[in-house]
Design a protein around this ligand. Sequence first.
Ligand code: DHB
Length: 392
Amino acid sequence: MNTQVGIVGGGPAGLMLSHLLHLKGIDSVVLESRTREEVEGTIRAGVLEQNTVDLMVDTGLGDRVKREGLTHHGIELRFGGRGHRIDFDELTNGRAVTVYPQHEVLKDLIARRLEDDGDIRFGVSDVQVHDHTSDNPKITYLDADGNEQTLTCALVAGCDGSRTSTRGLIPGTTVRTDHFRQYPFAWFGILAEAPPSSEELIYANHPRGFALISTRTPEVQRHYLQVDPDDSVDNWSDDRIWSELHARVDGEGAEIKDGKIFQKSILQFRSFVCEPMQHGNLFLAGDAAHTVPPTGAKGMNLAIADVYFLSKAMAEYFATRNRAGLEGYTDSVLPRVWRTQHFSWWMSSMLHRLPDETGFGHKRQVAELDMVTRSVAGRTLIAENYVGTPLG
Ligand code: DHB
């Protein structure tokens, strides 16, 4: 056997799994199709739950996130032209989120794995898992030079994102159920050199559509606008973007600060869950098993929660050869997956304009936001889920 755990995919799930396994004395090899530069340069969401930050700190990855991450103690929900603060300190007993982009987490994980002599193989292609229901799974692939390679292992982790090749190994007709939902909107995301428009993130419901005011650093801001799923970046001049952001967000207590836009992209909205997340000695984690819509920034946090539990089950197996934890993996993580799926769907459905809706739909949404934000119970529900319910 070349390694104990073969990990397909070097995103947050794969790299964190490799790191957590290493701390438990278990060997792994990570196979990643992108180059290190691509992995470290891909812009994704930027909000870490308290759990994710705690796990990073507890496992020796906390230096930079503690130094450079921006701790946020609340968010603003904006509707009817007014802001309504969700105060995490008061509602969750001091838990918070940290704005720290996903690719910075990946840089920290890669640096740490390499310091610990971890084995990450970038730029591989044609990765294929074989015999995952046997005791001797193997993974064949072409290395970065195009040479055929074979990796033998005891367990395989499918951490290869939403375009996964590993999910398909769980037989679709007899074993696997896929739950899928599409949404009639997308997000137009920008990065801009500008001062922060707000100290905290603003989620705005507006008759023209949703807008999100986020940040990256004191000099770089990240904002999103709801658009049609088939819209294109080319339709949006900088002027149009800023005027739409002003129209949807400005009002009592808020005024967007313009700047120089240097990145534009469109993000699609989907909900997806595959059940079960295990078949034989193959275990799926992160987007390979589930996708959440971006409202609430849960995707990476959910991937990290998966591998936190998966690493424990794998460690128990290697220590005792007892498969109970491995066989219980799906049941240990699915309730959180579905709660997160619900939260991301709920936030999306409260905040976005639905294309086929009449005035009734918008009024009903505003009433829901009003009901939730006026009630301590309602605000607590949002706060607890936004900062992340404890992994424990
Ligand atoms: C960001 C993304 C999100 O999906 C979200 O809910 C909040 C912030 C971001 O990229 O900053």
